[in-house]
Design a protein around this ligand. Structure first.
Ligand code: 8YV
Length: 318
């Protein structure tokens, strides 16, 4: 049987292309100037896709022999899983490998936002310490943390936050009987009960703008919003308005609605800490994620099934 053709949609880490190239014929979609002509020609041969961004129904329809989409990242909100399921295509992601890295970053971003670490760094560099000490900041002491989305990463954040002495509550699709944290029925209820709202739920249509003007109002003037999930969960315009009006105190954001574009009104503010979507971005963790992207494809084309399939797509037998 011919070797399965793999299509890579966007530039990926070299270890992925190096390992796959040893075994499979590879195509790189981003290098093709005429994407349509290329898909007409090569599409019918493609049996595996490496994704790290949108995979829409249109693309799936153009790949009739497709069996597996191996997504680089735990979040797969860009992949149309309904279209994949309907076409019998299995989708895999990279859970677990990045859980601790993202949880570390979330706590770092929380500390940076509440204790104003980037602002204090800018203060030293600008020579302003010579004039007077940096102003006193807000604190984590005695604060309550609300976790929006208590999945793997949410739980890892909760464990770390407990060690910091924070009281923890959460909201998610359902109450989780095995955790000692308070559950709240809606995002607004959670926001009302806490001082810091940590957004860590999956992206996609079901969670779009679940942090809206009402939730920010409920968080209140001492409230802090941290988002390490997806920009789509937060109504960014409502957030900017809330930051400008003092409806909430501050925000720490690793993700944005239209990455890598960050609104000027956010950049202009001093009560926000802005990161360029680096939650999982260490050499160690990205290498581990890359390996799982490769291993899912290897396992599938060895006939051993996918290693980490997502629940929305079936696992057809090869
Ligand atoms: C990366 C992520 O930004 O895993 C995710 O869902 O958002 C991040 O780890 C991305 O997957 C790598 O491009």
């Amino acid at each position: 049987m011919a070797k399965p053709d793999i299509l890579i949609l966007r530039p990926v880490m070299q270890t992925v292309t190096d390992q796959l190239a040893r075994r499979f014929p590879l195509s790189r979609l981003w290098e093709e100037s005429d994407r349509d002509a290329f898909l007409d020609r090569i599409g019918p041969r493609i049996r595996g896709v490496v994704a790290g961004g949108p995979v829409d129904a249109d693309l799936i329809a153009r790949l009739p022999a497709l069996e597996i989409v191996s997504n680089f990242g735990v979040g797969y909100d860009g992949v149309d899983t309904a279209a994949c399921a309907a076409a019998g295509v299995v989708v895999t992601n990279t859970p677990d490998e990045l859980t601790d890295e993202v949880a570390d970053l979330a706590l770092g971003l929380l500390l940076a936002t509440v204790r104003e670490l980037p602002q204090a760094d800018r203060y030293v560099r600008a020579g302003r310490w010579l004039e007077r000490p940096y102003p006193l900041t807000a604190t984590l002491r005695g604060r309550r943390l609300g976790i929006l989305g208590l999945g793997r990463i949410g739980r890892a954040i909760a464990g770390r936050a407990a060690a910091f002495g924070l009281a923890i509550a959460y909201h998610g699709r359902s109450r989780q009987p095995d955790v000692p944290y308070d559950y709240h029925e809606t995002p607004a209820d959670l926001a009302r009960a806490v001082d810091i709202l940590m957004v860590v739920a999956p992206g996609g249509a079901g969670t779009r703008h679940i942090v809206n003007a009402e939730v920010l109002e409920a968080l209140g003037p001492d409230g802090v919003l941290i988002n390490v999930a997806r920009g789509s969960l937060v109504d960014e315009t409502a957030l900017i308005t809330a930051l400008e009006a003092g409806t909430i105190r501050a925000a720490g954001l690793d993700v944005f609605a239209d990455e890598p574009r960050v609104p000027e009104r956010l950049i202009a503010r001093d009560n926000v800490v802005l990161l360029p979507h680096v939650g999982s971005a260490s050499v160690h963790t990205r290498n581990a994620m890359a390996q799982l992207v490769v291993d899912n494809l290897m396992s599938w084309f060895d006939g051993r099934g996918p290693l980490t399939p997502v629940p929305e797509t079936p696992v057809p037998r090869r």
